[in-house]
Design a binder for this molecule. Structure first.
Ligand code: C2E
Ligand code: MG
Ligand code: MG
Ligand code: MG
Length: 288
């Protein structure tokens, strides 16, 4: 009996492994067509001023509208993109699509900042810097309303090429945010060496504000002393937001205010949060 069980366990294990590998190969094949078939979407999660709750920006987060598997999150396919060279193409699409959205929102009366996520692998492509620097010319976007999110691990490699690229992007007006701040092996020395505009405090530290909140407190103080923006990630409760306000955190995003939503829904969210210029005029002219 026990022997039979062992066999079954092994069979299940090897089937799981086989399904996993086959699934990955299929994902990779499907990904090759996803761009030309226009299957990627950007969802937007509002970023708010912590004191006023006004939407001051949004983070663009990729989704894949797969023809048979439904809507997939980045965890389902970004790692596969990173293992192959597909991340370069997908990453370029994200850059350009976010830039187009920035232009569109500014024209609609919402000059907010959009941030987007970059993979470390993208920095290895020789055309990456010119892809970024060429955006304003190609798309007509305002670089000061775009922020590039990178992770600590990229900076810890301490490569001259990365520092040069980020410096060039910063000089061209782009913002640079460190994502999931505090989760890497923190070497605070790089914070001053790199041209950073925001620190995004990881959700795990925001959750810990219910206990001591020591790390969040420290990061907010660090941001203040070097003059960059503090942004809390993954804010889920009013209690967390109250704590962040009391401790002078500048901006936040999280399910408490809004989940990441499709572009249309995000435009509606903006319209409800702060009237567009045209609507203000109409309201002012309206008779009581
Ligand atoms: P991230 O950049 O740290 O993005 C925040 C993630 O936390 C998002 O997950 C978001 O939906 C989720 N989140 C936001 N607020 C809350 C909250 O209050 N509670 C909880 N539990 N979660 C919250 P998502 O969209 O699944 O993205 C996961 C990660 O995938 C991102 O983490 C980012 O590292 C990566 N990613 C997303 N889009 C792109 C992209 O276009 N390119 C690359 N290279 N990576 C991307
Ligand atoms: Mg991010
Ligand atoms: Mg993050
Ligand atoms: Mg995070």
């Amino acid at each position: 009996e026990a022997k039979e069980d062992g066999k079954n366990t092994w069979r299940h294990f090897s089937m799981d492994l086989r399904n996993k590998i086959e699934g990955k190969v299929r994902t990779e094949q499907d990904l090759r067509f996803a761009i030309e078939r226009n299957e990627f979407r950007l969802f937007y999660q509002a970023r708010c001023n912590a004191l006023t709750n006004e939407i001051v920006g949004a983070e663009a987060l990729i989704r894949w509208q797969h023809p048979t598997r439904g809507l997939l999150g980045p965890g389902d396919f970004i790692p596969v993109c990173e293992e192959t060279s597909l991340i370069h193409e997908v990453g370029l699409w994200v850059l350009e699509e976010t830039a187009r959205m920035q232009v569109e929102l500014a024209r609609a009366g919402y000059p907010i900042t959009l941030s987007l996520n970059l993979s470390a692998r993208q920095f290895t492509r020789s055309t990456f810097l010119s892809d970024i620097l060429g955006l304003p010319h190609r798309i007509g976007c305002d670089p000061s309303k775009l922020e590039l999110e990178i992770t600590e691990s990229l900076l810890l490699r301490d490569e001259v090429a990365v520092l040069e690229l980020l410096t060039a992007a910063k000089n061209a007006g782009f913002g640079i945010a460190i994502d999931d701040f505090g989760t890497g092996y923190s070497n605070l020395a790089y914070i001053q060496r790199y041209p950073i505009s925001s620190l995004k405090i990881d959700r795990s530290f925001v959750q810990d504000t219910e206990n001591s909140g020591a790390v969040t407190r420290l990061v907010i103080a660090l941001c203040k002393s070097i003059g960059i923006k503090s942004v809390a990630e993954g804010v889920e409760t009013q209690q967390q937001l109250d704590w962040l306000r009391a401790h002078d955190c500048q901006e936040y995003q999280g399910f408490l205010f809004s989940k990441p939503v499709p572009a249309d829904e995000f435009r509606q969210l903006l319209a409800g949060n702060k009237p567009a210029t045209a609507r203000v005029v109409r309201l002012r002219n309206a008779k009581p």
